[in-house]
Design a protein around this ligand. Structure first.
Ligand code: MG
Length: 375
C-alpha cells in the first residue's frame, strides 16, 4: 500500500479492477491511467461547448461544463490530498462526472428525460457511466474506456432502483443502500461546492443577481463584510472575487475538518468499512451545510428560475424536443452509425439510440441540427 494513502482510501492494489483485463502501465498508476483516458475522450472535449448555467453563446466568460469540471476537480484534489485519499481517483471521477450531460444544461436533461418517459427515462449520471462503459469508441479490444471499478462507482452518483438492477456490480450499492468510496463521496460534494460558488460569480457577471440580494446569505455576507472592512476602496470585480475565494476556502476548510472528525469517530480500517458505514463520512458540518443549502435554494429562486433564464429554457427545450421526435420519425436524419443502430432496434432500444445521439451533442451542434431538421 502506498505510504501517502490512508488505510480507508481507495488503493489500486486492492481494486475490484477493470471489466476487461489489461496489462499494467509501466509509468502510471491505474487511476492516473483512467484520468488520462477520460481527458482523451471525445465526450470530454465536447464539454467545452456545453452549457453549465448560461448557454454557451451567451458570453465568453461564463463557466462551461468543461471549466466547471476542472473547478470540481480542483476542489476535490485539494481535499483528497489533505485527507490522504486517492488524488488520481478523485480527479478521474471529478473530470468524468458530467460526461453524460445533454446540451443546454439542466433544461436539456429535463426535456430529454420527458421525451424518454415511455422508454426508461434519461438520467445524466447514468449517461456518464454509459459514455465511459459503452459509447466511447477508442480501443481495439473493448467498447468504452474500460475504467477501474472505483472510477465507475464514483461516476454513478445517483441511480434509480430500476436502473440499478440492470447495472450489475456497480449498481448494487443503490439496492443495498451502501456508500461509495470516500473519493466518490468527495467528488459529489466537490461538484456542489464548485457550482454554488461559480454560479454566484456568473450570476453577478450576468447582472441577474445583485450584491444586495446575496447579502441575505450568511455564507456570502460574512466574507463580503470582511473583505470590505479590509479593503474599503476595492472596486466591485475584485471585491466579488475576494469574497468568492474566501467562500470556497471556508467551505473547503469546514469539509476537511468535519470529515476528519467523522473519520476519527467511525475509524474505518478499509474501503469496505467506508462502504458499510451506513452514511457518508465525507461531509460539511451541520452549520455549514445549512448555509450551503440556503445558498443553493437562493440560486434556484433568483438565478436558475430567473425570467431571463426561463425564456432561454423554453427555447432550448423546444430544440431538443423537435430533434427527438424528428429522429424517432426518421432515423436516417442521424449520421449513418446511429441510423443503422436505430433501424436494427425497436421500442426503448431504438429511443435509447436517439437519446445517446442527442445527449452527445454540443449546444451549437444541436442548434445547427435543429435548423436543418426544422428547415
Ligand atoms: Mg457537475
Amino acid at each position: 500500500m502506498s505510504a501517502t494513502l490512508a488505510p480507508y482510501a481507495a488503493d489500486e492494489s486492492r481494486s475490484r479492477g477493470r471489466r476487461y483485463d489489461e496489462l499494467p502501465s509501466m509509468y502510471r498508476g491505474e487511476y492516473q491511467r483512467d484520468r488520462d483516458r477520460i481527458t482523451h475522450s471525445t465526450a470530454f472535449r465536447r464539454l467545452v461547448y456545453k452549457t453549465q448555467v448560461f448557454v454557451n453563446h451567451e458570453g465568453d466568460l461564463y463557466r462551461t461544463r468543461l471549466t466547471h469540471s476542472l473547478e470540481v476537480s480542483q476542489v476535490g484534489r485539494t481535499v483528497a490530498v489533505a485527507l490522504q485519499l486517492n488524488e488520481a481517483l478523485t480527479e478521474a471521477i471529478c473530470l468524468a462526472h458530467d460526461l453524460g450531460h445533454t446540451p443546454f444544461g439542466h433544461a436539456g436533461q429535463e426535456i430529454l428525460n420527458a421525451c424518454m418517459q415511455d422508454y426508461g427515462g434519461f438520467e445524466h449520471n447514468l449517461q456518464s457511466l454509459r459514455v465511459v462503459d459503452e459509447l466511447e469508441e477508442k480501443y481495439a479490444d473493448f467498447v468504452g474506456l474500460n475504467l477501474m471499478f472505483e472510477t465507475r462507482e464514483g461516476i454513478l452518483k445517483h441511480c434509480s432502483a430500476r436502473n440499478a438492477r440492470q447495472l450489475g456490480d456497480v449498481g448494487r450499492r443503490f439496492l443495498e443502500r451502501k456508500q461509495p468510496s470516500l473519493e466518490g463521496q468527495l467528488s459529489n460534494i466537490a461538484d456542489a461546492i464548485a457550482y454554488n460558488n461559480h454560479d454566484v460569480d456568473d450570476g453577478l457577471r450576468a447582472g441577474l443577481l445583485s450584491i444586495e440580494q446575496l447579502c441575505t446569505q450568511p455564507v456570502f455576507e460574512t466574507p463580503f463584510s470582511e473583505v470590505r472592512a479590509l479593503y474599503p476602496d476595492l472596486e466591485d470585480r475584485r471585491l466579488i472575487y475576494e469574497t468568492i475565494r474566501r467562500m470556497i476556502g471556508n467551505v473547503v476548510g469546514d469539509l476537511i475538518e468535519e470529515t476528519r472528525r467523522r473519520l476519527k469517530a467511525a475509524a474505518p480500517a478499509s474501503i469496505e468499512d467506508v462502504r458499510e458505514a451506513g452514511k457518508p463520512l465525507v461531509s460539511m458540518s451541520d452549520a455549514m451545510y445549512d448555509q450551503h443549502v440556503s445558498l443553493k435554494r437562493f440560486l434556484h429562486q433568483h438565478l436558475y428560475n430567473h425570467e431571463k433564464k426561463l425564456a432561454m429554457t423554453r427555447k432550448v427545450q423546444a430544440v431538443i424536443k423537435d430533434l427527438f421526435f424528428a429522429y424517432m420519425e426518421d432515423e436516417n436524419r442521424m449520421p449513418p452509425q446511429f441510423a443503422a443502430a436505430a433501424s436494427n432496434a425497436e421500442g426503448a432500444a431504438r429511443a435509447r439510440v436517439v437519446a445517446d445521439y442527442i445527449a452527445g451533442m454540443t449546444d451549437r451542434y444541436a442548434i445547427t441540427e435543429h435548423e436543418s431538421v426544422a428547415g
